[in-house]
Unconditional design. Structure first.
Length: 316
């Protein structure tokens, strides 16, 4: 295709900051460094970052500078995983066009944090991306009953939970069978082992991993940008997006009153309370959500997450 004398190619964004992107293009799978032509992409002006790994774009290779190109347009996305960027007060795109969101935690080092998991699950639901809970570092699991109980509750409400160890290979067969042929994003706090998992799945890539900061028992932020990788040895449409550790996952794209719709076991109660859709599920009489908590259908910790995420949404 010719356009104003320049060759236009289709490309896939592998990584990017706010103005410099790495893409892979064409049959030759050439990797090119790109900037956006005219600096702004139509339709994406209101995002914190215009493009993310997984985005599909049109590019014009720069004949004067081999290995570089200009991005001229972005294709419409099937979906995008976003979060609210508080600094920029805008939606930040973490990944685009993905099939699975692996919500990654660890039982220890860093400690199991279901509260964080709930936020990531809500965001995946908002984005209409199937979440799968991955509990890595299972080799460190000490049998803590609270962790077992929470993981089994996530299974009960309908999430797939896979316990793995990037270190020993435990659980990897199950994981590889579900990610084969798909584009998946790895979401989780720093130090849970996202990059280690990428390396375990494709040893040749040798991505840099961090050591868990002993003092705070938190990881250092080793991966500064999200990066999309093609996994060798799998179906050729298998990609993984390794993301930087997310410290704060502020929900993006919903109103406070709609939060209930994005929490799996809560959603069936929407509109069923005495005060109908105007119930905040906090103190109103005849609240079916609080009744479900009392009856054990909704886990008290999930209800606590609901309250906290709701407070945060209301304060945005
Ligand atoms: N024991 C154990 N340690 C792991 C496992 N996976 C990763 N680690 C360690 O956890 C630390 C953080 O890993 P990294 O992959 O950088 O985490 P990321 O921040 O989520 O990308 C490194 O010291 C890894 O060696 C695991 O399955 N078991
Ligand atoms: Mg990492
Ligand atoms: Zn209610």
């Amino acid at each position: 295709m010719k356009q104003s004398g320049n060759t236009v190619l289709k490309a896939l964004v592998l990584r990017g900051s706010r103005n410099l992107f790495t893409v892979v293009a064409g049959e030759s799978a050439a990797v090119l460094e790109c900037r956006i032509k005219g600096k702004i992409l139509k339709g994406l002006e209101n995002y914190y970052n215009p493009l993310a790994p997984g985005d599909r774009v049109s590019i014009e290779p720069d004949p004067l500078h081999p290995g570089t190109a200009l991005i001229t347009a972005a294709e419409e996305r099937c979906n995008s995983l976003t979060r609210f960027n508080q600094k920029g007060q805008k939606s930040q795109i973490l990944a685009a066009n993905i099939d699975l969101a692996f919500c990654m935690t660890s039982p220890l080092s860093p400690p199991f944090r279901p509260r964080f998991l709930d936020r990531v699950l809500v965001q995946a639901e908002i984005s209409r991306i199937t979440p799968v809970i991955l509990c890595n570092k299972w080799d460190l699991f000490d049998g803590e009953p609270d962790t077992e109980e929470r993981l089994s509750d996530y299974r009960r409400i309908g999430y797939q939970v896979i316990c793995i160890s990037a270190k020993t290979g435990f659980g990897m067969e199950k994981l590889t069978s579900i990610l084969d042929g798909k584009t998946s994003a790895l979401l989780g706090q720093s130090g849970v082992g996202k990059t280690s998992l990428v390396n375990a799945l494709s040893p040749g890539l040798g991505m840099k991993t961090g050591t868990v900061n002993e003092k705070y028992n938190r990881g250092n932020h080793t991966t500064a940008l999200s990066v999309m990788l093609k996994l060798p040895g799998f179906n050729k449409t298998t990609f993984l997006i390794d993301m930087p550790g997310i410290r704060r996952m502020v929900p993006d794209g919903i109103k406070t009153e709609d939060l209930i719709l994005y929490m799996k076991e809560f959603s069936g109660f929407a509109g069923k309370c005495t005060f109908g859709l105007s119930c905040s599920h906090r103190s109103e009489p005849g609240c079916t959500v609080r009744e479900a908590v009392n009856k054990g259908f909704i886990h008290p910790d999930r209800y606590e997450s609901y309250l906290r995420i709701g407070d945060e949404l209301a304060a945005l």
